[in-house]
Design a protein around this ligand. Structure first.
Ligand code: GAL
Length: 649
């Protein structure tokens, strides 16, 4: 449980570096991430490396006892490189190249750019691979940030054709898989296929899904190019990448498989402002952030890192990039830090040491102001650092009793074919996560390919594609499994299965979905629970199901809304909170998992024999602790933005 900070020595005069390093260490920080945007200073002219400044910075940081994560600078190719090879630029869906002047302007598929990256990463790793301060590497920075996963460049088109050839081998197979007879879309050879952009109306969904799969593989391959070099030249160092929040354009589990540690960049107030939350939620959690957003990503990236994960960038104050950028409530930087640690983070690192008075992020806070005096966040970091010392080392998070399955491919699919505006696998999974967390449960978010045996309850709200292997694994479980609407509704080729959904699971789930309807967000779908007659609600989506099963809940017209058969529960609608709570609590009880229904805004997380409670509500809340709790942080009352932790459950 360490704290760190992102630092840009190249942005500051060398005279202040030693003082900065001394103050970092005195503040309780032990890790510093540097270098990830410094290409123009590392290689100011083609092939001419300028490493002396970095030698000096590393020596200064090392002398102050700090450990360094050295970033590879490949998110910011310099001007000379772009000018010498304009074909390395990514192309947007409008066919226009991304221009130089910000960052992430490269195309993952450019082979010449990959060669440049291999060269600079090799040069850095040869020089610093054994440096005593460099104990970890970060590859690139936030793959996909600013919507840059997908490019429509000539290089991408070329590599896509090869990718398709490998997948389908023969063009007739592709035509069948894509249903290309529809609208005369048939191809005679792989060479005829372009990326799916600039079509008159929507492009073929199978074509688009394959392009997503291809683009995702390109990110993983680009990352692997770097991790291979780093492992060879800098053995024993952890290789990390920093992922983003609510970003799904590539499969993070696949990239995570090549990392030692997954990390992510946590900006709770920016995410609340810029995502789908209601105006009420945005007002209510304005300065604290939504109670589940950080935790959702902590649990997701713990999964991507196979247990090892960090927060690489933690919001330290107001940011600059969201629609509006409020200041966090005093205490939030501390609460966010403890929340990450409670979810198993090895390191929480703040973005950034000092606010830069120039260029794009002038309004983005740091731990220090541009004049080198401390900002509010710094005081909270000192406090957390003292508290960590008092609490002592905590063992990593134990496996949770509940697994929540998240599929990146499912999110691509629902983006391509939402069928109702706003239908998103990510959002559905997130809302179900919120439901589990309101019941006080710890959750592991896992890849559909993960081993699900041993979980007491498995929740899979959004799996539109269930291939044979996944179907076999789901059917072989004995723990209760919740399946959401649209489960197994498409084949791997993005077609309705011949025997209608959910065909892949039919041998254990006797039902056929014969019709679906999507509904505006302001339409409530009443659902009556058969057992007690209570009325709860679904929204957005309804399936008409033909089945011999007797439903546990019905829509107004008598059609089934919630079915159970064997270990499967199936939902024929997108559940609103009360319906969701009802189902999850019922399943947890069957699974033998004890729920702790929580007050609004309060959440729990267990780690290392401690139970942590967090309050994101703007009012005080009682901590849901036993009467005689032995508190190690805080006490029985949680202030807004407050944290308490006690020994035991
Ligand atoms: C992240 C990025 C940082 C910085 C930060 C600002 O997306 O990795 O470089 O831009 O956001 O919040």
């Amino acid at each position: 449980m360490d704290l760190g900070v992102c630092y840009y020595p190249e942005q500051w005069p060398q005279e202040v570096w030693a003082e900065d390093a001394r103050r970092m260490s005195e503040m309780g920080l032990t890790w510093v991430r540097i270098g990830e945007f410094a290409w123009s200073r590392l290689e100011p002219e083609p092939g001419l490396y300028a490493f002396e400044w970095l030698d000096r910075a590393l020596d200064i940081l090392h002398a102050a006892g700090l450990k360094v994560v050295l970033g590879t600078p490949t998110a910011t190719p310099p001007k000379w490189l772009v000018d010498s090879d304009p074909a390395m630029l990514a192309l947007g869906p409008d066919g226009q190249p991304r221009r130089f002047g910000s960052r992430r302007h490269y195309c993952f598929s450019s082979e010449t750019y990959r060669a440049h990256c291999a060269r600079i990463v090799t040069a850095l790793a040869e020089r610093y691979g054994g440096h005593p301060a460099v104990l970890a590497w970060q590859t690139d920075n936030e793959y996909g940030c600013h919507n840059t996963t997908i490019s429509y460049s000539a290089a991408a088109a070329r590599r896509f054709r090869l990718w398709l050839q490998t997948r389908y081998a023969d063009i007739a197979a592709l035509n069948r898989a894509w249903g290309a007879v529809f609208w005369s879309q048939e191809y005679r050879s792989f060479d005829e296929i372009d990326p799916p952009s600039q079509t008159v109306t929507e492009a073929n969904p199978s074509h688009r899904l394959d392009y997503n799969r291809f683009a995702s593989d390109e990110v993983a391959g680009f990352n692997r190019l770097q991790t291979d070099i780093l492992r060879r030249l800098s053995p024993g160092r952890d290789v990390i990448h920093n992922f983003m929040g609510f970003y799904t354009e590539f499969d993070h589990f696949a990239v995570g498989a090549d990392l030692d540690v997954a990390s992510w960049d946590s900006y709770p107030l920016g995410f609340l402002e810029d995502f789908w939350f209601s105006a009420d939620e945005k007002r209510r959690y304005l300065r604290q952030g939504h109670p589940d957003v950080s935790a959702f990503h902590h649990d997701l990236y713990r999964g991507c890192g196979r247990g090892r994960w960090w927060v690489m960038e933690q919001q330290p104050g107001p940011v600059n990039w969201a629609g509006h950028n409020p200041a966090p409530l005093p205490g939030m930087v501390r609460m966010w830090t403890w929340e990450a640690l409670a979810h198993g983070a090895e390191v929480v690192s703040y973005f950034r040491w000092r606010q830069a008075p120039f260029a794009q992020e002038q309004f983005h806070a740091g731990l220090n102001l541009p004049d080198r005096t401390e900002d509010v966040g710094a005081g909270e970091v000192r406090q957390v650092s003292r508290e960590i010392a008092d609490v002592g080392r905590l063992s990593p998070c134990a496996r949770a009793a509940t697994a929540l399955v998240f599929s990146y491919e499912a999110d691509w699919l629902t983006k391509i074919q939402p069928q109702g505006r706003g239908y998103s696998a990510l959002r559905l999974v997130f809302e179900v996560y919120c439901g589990l967390r309101r019941l006080g449960l710890d959750v592991d978010i896992v890849d559909p390919a993960a081993d699900l045996t041993g979980y007491q309850m498995v929740v899979a709200p959004a799996l539109p594609i269930v291939d044979e292997a996944l179907a076999a694994r789901l059917m072989s479980l004995t723990a209760p499994v919740l399946l959401g609407p649209r489960t197994a509704s498409k084949t791997v080729d993005f077609q309705i299965p011949p025997g209608l959904p959910p065909e892949a699971l039919r041998s254990m789930l006797p039902m056929r979905v014969t019709r679906v309807e999507s509904l505006r967000g302001d339409v409530d779908l009443a659902v009556r629970v058969v057992a007690d007659g209570s009325v709860v609600h679904g929204k957005a989506w309804r399936e008409f199901i033909d089945s011999p099963l007797v439903p546990l809940a019905r829509f107004d017209d008598g059609g089934g809304a919630w079915f159970r058969h064997g270990h499967f529960d199936y939902l024929a609608t997108w559940p609103q909170d009360a319906l969701l709570q009802r189902i999850l609590a019922d399943m947890a009880e069957r699974a033998g998992i004890v729920c702790v229904p929580l007050d609004e805004g309060v959440r729990l997380r267990r780690r290392g024999g401690l139970t942590f409670a967090f309050n994101s509500a703007p009012e005080e809340r009682p901590a849901p602790a036993p009467q005689d709790a032995d508190f190690v942080i805080g006490g029985p009352t949680l202030a807004p933005g407050g944290v308490s932790a006690w020994r035991g459950g």
